[in-house]
Design a protein around this ligand. Structure first.
Ligand code: M6R
Length: 613
């Protein structure tokens, strides 16, 4: 979603802002802009479209200065156009602001400002905030910092903001509430970002701002943090473990392809230091403080959205099979708006790549309020969900830039598998030999994925044949059902082909009506348990002349003979190995999207981190 970048210091600001915005493109946006302060005068450039459009608009001679802010906007209030794009400037030109999030009471505030003579150029809630700050500054005769603080006490909603007052150009003021904001600390200079990617090439020292906190960053290298209630907070500088190469394409044509191919490494990183083969144990350090709560949990509730929700359903199968704890999986967006029955002996697991998804974050807060123990499985270190939860496990998949989640999904499932196994073992639910074979399978997943990725042509050929198909159906049984859902989601989000994922046995209760000789049906048919049943489902499709694309284990005989196309994955024996079957589906959607000329890394209308409800 929207992205913020900012800088104050001694360097030329324009390249920092533009390069920073390019690094934030992955979040999804529809317009962008920068404000460069030259001799204390703001020069604002903003356009609908991509950063390349903005660069073209600005031309070869941008204004020079050492203070500025920039923004990528994903429209919420008002359509994507040049006027609604950020930065916004207040009516009398005193404050320039960029904002992520939504000011929920903007209409009431706007009405009051209109009554006091304010006029508005845009339809945005952000311009309301700019004018509110200016009104307080002028009417209350307070400092710029206090004007921002007082204004933030009047707004309801989510914000990450960067503000500059034209009377106080030695300062960059930032604040956050439920919308991330990170400060990069350099030598007498500060960087600002919605995450650390815009500035990680300059510094790894960061300050994560907490909710309802604001920071005043000054040119002489001083940082003052306080709450919006005026309580002073001691700045805590941390080191962010983010490598510049990780956020580059590294020779791949798209981030998504790079991230698909990174999975052998990212999964190894997820399990590294956690699986101890000398003692045949799994140690998830982040869960230690809540281990007894998990062991005695009456129920586990997993919440997440999109791909993370699919990982949650995989988790349900793994937990129930190996830990024998009842599990419910909920869309975070539904969970939070019900009045769910939650008890203190429930454990809620929130899964989120970004750690910033608004619905998941709200579900975390609700579960905490109701007394549950809340665990986070996040990829982005220091993200809001990882900080709101009682305990957690980082997936360590590395930065995921492609909007379509790939390596984050496999890492999430691996974390869930490690949790299920360690709990199952501790509760004596898994026989020792079984535990050993599961552990062995777990550690060989990266190598098997690597093997599969060496032969992408089998997938490419199928993509070529069906790239123009308007619909796809994905079927799976048991733990292949969430794989089917995830495969269908991947295809629809990047190729804009309608795809539906279904439990294979449910097909006959409705979707079977869609099957004819033009319908590609992807069947994840790698089951050992219930293989005969999936054979039946394949027959049902064949009887209606549907086109079967079967994902099978190497050496499969029955379904391979029935299917129109077969994709073989390396042999595996347990539900943990089943994860491998998502790789051909990720590749299939990738190739189809590329062949259809789609923007794979930034699909239309989508955002990487969905920070609005
Ligand atoms: O960052 P999160 O894991 O919380 O994001 C949840 C969904 O928005 C995300 O998985 C989305 O569905 C992806 N675009 C899927 O590829």
């Amino acid at each position: 979603m929207c992205g913020i970048v900012g800088y104050i210091g001694g360097k030329e600001v324009y390249p920092i802002l533009i390069d920073g915005l390019k690094r934030l493109e992955y979040r999804g946006y529809d317009s962008s802009g920068v404000a460069v302060f030259c001799a204390n005068v703001p020069h604002i450039y903003k356009v609908k479209g991509k950063i390349s459009d903005l660069e073209r608009f600005i031309g070869d001679n941008p204004k020079k200065g050492t203070l500025g802010i920039g923004h990528t906007r994903w429209a919420t209030h008002g359509e994507p156009n040049d006027i609604n794009a950020h930065p916004h400037i207040s009516m009398k030109g005193k404050f320039v602001i960029v904002h992520n999030g939504i000011i929920e009471n903007y209409a009431t505030l706007k009405k009051k400002l209109v009554n006091r003579g304010y006029t508005f150029k845009s339809e945005t809630d952000t311009e309301v905030l700019a004018n509110l700050i200016e009104y307080i500054y002028e009417f209350g005769k307070v400092s710029a910092t206090d004007a921002v603080r007082f204004a933030l006490n009047k707004v309801q909603g989510a914000y990450g903001i960067a503000v500059i007052c034209t009377d106080e150009c030695d300062k960059l003021i930032v604040a956050r509430n439920s919308s991330p904001l990170v400060i990069g600390v350099g030598e007498k200079e500060f960087y600002v970002g919605s995450d650390a990617t815009p500035f990680v090439q300059y510094t790894n020292n960061v300050i994560y701002l907490d909710n309802e906190n604001m920071a005043v960053l000054t040119r002489n290298g001083k940082v003052d943090i306080k709450t919006i209630k005026n309580d002073v907070i001691k700045p805590e500088i941390q080191t962010v473990d983010l490598n510049f190469d990780e956020i580059e394409k590294g020779g791949y044509s798209h981030f998504m392809l790079k991230e698909i191919y990174e999975q052998p490494k990212s999964i190894s990183d997820t399990i590294r230091g956690r699986v101890d083969l000398t003692h045949n144990s799994i140690v998830l350090g982040g869960l230690m403080p809540v281990m007894s709560k998990i062991m005695n949990a009456r129920r586990i509730i997993i919440v997440g959205c999109g791909t993370s929700w699919h990982a949650g359903i995989m988790g349900e199968y793994l937990f129930e099979e190996y830990s024998r704890i009842p599990v419910e999986v909920e869309y975070a967006s539904e969970f939070r708006y019900r009045d769910p029955v939650i008890n203190s002996d429930d454990v809620v697991i929130a899964i989120s790549q970004s750690g910033e998804t608004a619905d998941t974050l709200a579900a975390v807060k609700l579960a905490k309020e109701k007394g549950a123990t809340v665990i986070g499985i996040c990829n982005v270190v220091g993200s809001s969900i990882s900080r709101e939860t009682h305990a957690g496990v980082y997936t360590h998949a590395g930065p995921e830039i492609g909007v379509a989640s790939t390596k984050a999904f496999t890492a999430q499932v691996m974390v869930l598998a490690m949790m299920a196994l360690s709990i199952g073992k501790a509760k004596y639910n898994i026989a020792p030999e079984m535990y050993m074979s599961l552990l062995n399978e777990l550690i060989t997943v990266p190598q098997k994925i690597e093997e599969f990725l060496e032969k992408p042509d089998q997938v490419k050929k199928i993509a070529e044949l069906y790239k123009n198909s308007p619909n796809f159906i994905y079927l799976g049984r048991g733990c292949y059902y969430p794989i089917a859902l995830e495969g269908a989601l991947k295809l629809k989000e990047i190729s804009y082909i309608h795809a539906t994922g279904y439990p294979a046995a449910e097909m006959k209760h409705g979707p079977i009506a869609l099957i004819d000789n033009k319908m590609p049906v992807v069947v994840i048919a790698a089951n050992r348990r219930g293989y005969d049943k999936i054979v039946n489902n394949v027959q049902e499709v064949k009887a209606r002349k549907g086109i079967i694309i079967a994902i099978v284990r190497e050496g499969d005989e029955t379904i391979s003979k029935m299917a129109d196309h077969v994709i073989e994955v390396p042999k595996f024996t347990t539900a943990i190995g089943a994860l491998i079957t998502i790789i051909p589906l990720q590749l299939l959607s990738y190739y189809i999207a590329v062949m259809r000329g789609c923007n794979v890394d930034q699909p239309r209308n989508l955002a990487k981190s969905v920070t609005v409800e």
